[in-house]
Unconditional design. Sequence first.
Length: 614
Amino acid sequence: MSKVVGIDLGTTNSLVAFAAGGTPEVIADESGDTLLPSIVSVDEQHTFHVGREAQRRLLTDPTRTVYSVKRFMGRGFEDVQDEQRWFPFKVSGEAGDVVHIHLGETELTPPEISACVLRELKRRAEQFFMKAGDFDPEVAAAVITVPAYFNDAQRTATRDAGRLAGLEVLRIINEPTAACLAYGLDKRRQGTIAVYDLGGGTFDISILKVEDGVFQVLSTNGDTHLGGDDIDRVLVEIVAADLGIDPATQAEAVQAVRKAVIQAKWDLSDFDETDIELDRVPGSDRSYRRHITRSEFESLIAPIVARTLQPCRRAIEDAGLTAQQVDAVVLVGGSTRTPIVRREVEKLFGRAPYTDLNPDEIVAIGAAVQADILVSGRREMLLLDVTPLSLGIETMGGIVSKIILRNSTIPASGSEMFTSFVDNQTAVDIHILQGEREMAADNRSLGRFKLRGIPPMPAGLPRIQVRFQIDANGILSVSAHELRTGVEQAIEVKPSYGMLLESFEHAQEDVNARMLIEVRNEAETILAATEKTLRRPDFAEIAAARLAPGEVGAIHAAVAEVKAVMTQDDRDVIQARSTALNDATKHLAEVMMNWTVQAALAGRSADDVAAQGR
């Protein structure tokens, strides 16, 4: 079989590694550099530059150069428009559409740009095998890592990037899980491990249990839009304000500032103070120098570091543990070299984090280990990952019915029965959602499809089974099946785009909103059934013969009282009025049932009925 490599497709840098016989190695370029800057530039002759050369062009031709494209993967234009002024390249797109990035006259999507990085890593690996004397150096497949909190759209975009680069993506695995594989290979420990992964553009925390070579993810959490880029931007904004730089019109100056503040950030990991220094500010004859201490720097970025700690607490809670029950903490990502990050992680978990492995290389090493497991069939180590976000569909009233819950071990599947709400409904719209919020509008829409061809039936009679399946890559497929007729429709979810809101911040108001809608739905069901009975042509005859004087008037009054409160937001009032209507119609329901049965049996003997039953 052709070589299968492990790839860490990072926000700032990307790496490729290979494991032969279980021993992984990060592959370097001709100069011995293992890191490939995740930067792509297109010159005026439409030639593509990737890596170090593209990084140099950030200072000379920034509008034709893109960096941190991972922050755009699987995201919609509305997700990124607030921060685009700090990027030198132009970003465009319609609401709900994928982002388009303009590098001069060349327009590319984030997967197409990521494919350029992957192609360069593929070339680097093939050169490595060729120099080693391999007669078949082709790299045709890879295991690619993604942040654990990447949603379905972002995972699909990553898989698409691999395909565009000419790679069969055998598996997409979570970065913290890959790091744990590398850590387990090194230490062979048993116990519970927390992997804290703060990279250039994303943050993840995963809690894993390791036992006898089985790596089981207990929980995961994070933020796909939080990382070293945000730390850089804090300093960039300060220096830009000092110099009066407008990022919308002075792209070269912004990139020169960005390079200077990144160097200062690195210096402050080793020293107590440094200078942010520019010999010449592009577009002027000025130079710039600003002294900054580590304590000043840490006070500036403390809110960003604090944003990583709340997902850690949630992941610990979801795993059913306390911080003290975590046996080891592994740091991943270049941003974890920052001293304040290490201190805060140690304070949260009550133990010094494990830092023996290179935080830049550990994810690629783990990906190579997983690639070797898949190819060789070795089973000394088994990986049990989880889905980071709940999946479900929209139901009546715009609420979400969750079918697969977050932190479910993958591969995973789940199903639920639904029915129609309207008489003679011949099609049902299936709206697929991802997220933790109770209301459909507050979650990410993954797609829609229609189950058509349902024969006309009374509301509530169709039995529609909706089934979700997540494969080992975390990619979702959905099917809907009407059990009475056999009508079926299936879809592999293709991503749509939108903003996923913070579920935990709005948990109580979400529950209240859901309960209000459910109470309204129940009231509408009772109203519809009652009014349908009141409209029957023979209702007056039935009422005169079977109902007590004043009973019909009481039912009409109860109907009016329910209608009067349906638009209110007080669910207790709606519940009370609908309960009163239900109580008022109990005798009517019994009367209607008896009347219907008597009408059906009129003129027939007991023998006739028994014969029909046989």
